[in-house]
Every structure is written in C-alpha cells, then in structure tokens.
Design a protein around this ligand. Structure first.
Ligand code: ADP
Ligand code: MG
Length: 266
C-alpha cells in the first residue's frame, strides 16, 4: 500500500526519488522477539509509524545495512532505531563484550528521554521465550551482536554520558560495562581522549537528531568519534531535515546507506 512515502535512492553520488516500497505492515511481521512484541503491546504501540515500517526491517536484515532516516519531529524515530537495537543486542547484558551500542544525541534532556524509551522497551525481556527464535536465526532477521549465552538473561545495562555530570562518576559508570551508551558528543569524546574510553566493541551507532547535532557545532567531535569506532559497525542517522552538511557527513561516515525520506505529512 502506498502512503505517499518516498524513498530517496542514492546511486553513484546522484540522488533520485522513487515511490517507496512499504514493507512489513505490522510489528508482528517484522520477526521481532516475543518479548519485544509484548513490550510494544503493553505500551500501546499497535502499528508501526511509516518511518518505523520502512526502517526496522532494513536494520534487522542480514548483513546489517546503514541507514539515513529523515522524517518530521513526532514521527516515531526513537523506536525506529531502538526496536532493532534491543533485538540485535539480544535483549540482555553480555558480560564478555564492552559497549555494543552507542546513541549520540544533541542534549542532555534528550539523552534522558531516549534512555527511558529504551529501558521501557527492554523491560521484562524473557530470554528463554525467544531461545528457538534467536538461536537459529543466522540467516534470518535480527542477527545478534554478541548475544550472551547466559540463559538467565541479565537485564541490558544502560549508561548515560552527558555534560554537567561528574567525569569520574561517568567514567565509573562506563567501566561497569553498559551494553548501550547514550551520549552527547563533547563529553563522550572527552572520555575517549582523556580517559581512554574503549569503544572497540561498538557495533551499532545512532546519530539522533543529527541536524541539531550539527547546528550545535558538534561536527568535529562527531568525526573524531567516528574515527574511534570499528569500521565494521552499523551506522544510523536520523534527522528531521537533511542539510548539505549532513549529507556530506553521511557520505563520509556511513557505508552505502539506505535512505528513507518521508513527506511532511507521514
Ligand atoms: P521523533 O523522534 O520522530 O520526533 P518520537 O520517537 O519522539 O518521535 O515519538 C513521538 C511520539 O510518538 C512519542 O510519544 C511516542 O511514544 C509515539 N509513538 C512512537 N511510535 C509509535 C507507534 N508505533 N504507535 C503509537 N505511538 C507511537
Ligand atoms: Mg527524536
């Protein structure tokens, strides 16, 4: 069913607009873990928004694909990257890995909002429930990033790295091995440079509100951060607008990204 959505396809530096294929019309058809489906239902999310419908299947596909998602404020971009994040992390803490997912946001209050969404989504994860589902999905949707074999399923650990908090406390938090770190670029870079914060396990990176990240002058910090991340990472960029500076950044930092661009009304 066409919804007036457009996919922006990029080929050899040239962009062309095509009418979008709308895949996976429901959360149930996306191959999500039963715990995630239950969590979505519990919180009243019945059907995916257009940006979620177009992004989630791509983000869960194998091999992982980078993605640029552009849609207006309020269109549901947080869950568009958070649902695949929780699924790809296997919904549980993996003690043998460092931080596996990194979400960069322009401001402290947004970091807290995103943290809340993520924690609520992952709450009540039942590892045994999805054992068969997760176990033999190597060619299926949603391959895990360092999924723990711990069937007890310790809860995912979340960390926040934002300005205005004590550096020492944040460093301590980060050495407690959080699976997901939500950060503002300045403080994260500071921890990486001054305190040797290790980012080598990061496999899923999100630039949220990327236009605001750039407006606030974080572009140098973001490029620095990118250089410290493994080249094998999956990189996502979500934004309400796509100014030229952002397109340039995406070209440099993302690999052959799928571009999902929605009309204002979507
Ligand atoms: P954006 O980041 O695009 O500005 P948000 O992710 O903050 O948008 O979501 C905006 C609002 O829409 C939030 O209150 C969120 O809970 C709600 N929302 C997100 N996805 C859905 C959905 N599938 N069904 C119903 N409400 C949703
Ligand atoms: Mg948002």
């Amino acid at each position: 069913k066409k919804e007036g959505t457009k996919l922006l396809k990029q080929t050899k530096g040239k962009t062309k607009f095509t009418k979008g294929e709308v895949g996976g019309g429901s959360f149930q058809s996306m191959g999500l873990h039963p715990s995630l489906l239950r969590s979505l239902t519990l919180r009243g999310y019945k059907v995916p928004t257009p940006i979620q419908r177009l992004s989630i299947p791509t983000l869960l596909a194998n091999p992982p694909r980078d993605l640029v998602g552009m849609a207006r404020t309020g269109s549901g971009k947080t869950l568009a990257y958070m649902i695949p994040l929780v699924q790809r992390l296997g919904g549980r803490h993996a003690s043998t890995f460092g931080t596996r997912a990194l979400i960069l946001v322009p401001a402290r209050e947004l970091a807290l909002q995103v943290l809340k969404v993520g924690k609520e989504l992952a709450r009540g994860w039942n590892a045994s429930e999805g054992a068969a589902h997760v176990g033999d999905n190597n060619d299926d949707m949603g391959a895990n990033i360092g999924a723990s074999t711990n069937s007890k399923g310790q809860a995912l650990r979340w960390g926040i790295v934002v300005g205005g908090e004590s550096m020492d406390e944040q460093f301590e938090m980060i050495t407690s091995n959080p699976d997901v770190v939500i950060a503002t670029p300045g403080r994260l870079l500071h921890l990486a440079v001054e305190m040797n914060l290790d980012l080598h396990s990061v496999q899923y990176v999100v630039f949220d509100e990327a236009d605001r990240l750039f407006e606030m002058g974080f572009s140098t910090a973001l490029t620095e951060i990118l250089h410290r991340l493994p080249s094998t990472r999956q990189t996502l960029l979500f934004s309400a607008t796509l100014p030229k500076s952002l397109v340039e950044f995406a070209k440099a930092g993302l690999q052959d990204p799928k571009l999902v661009r929605l009309d204002a009304e979507s």
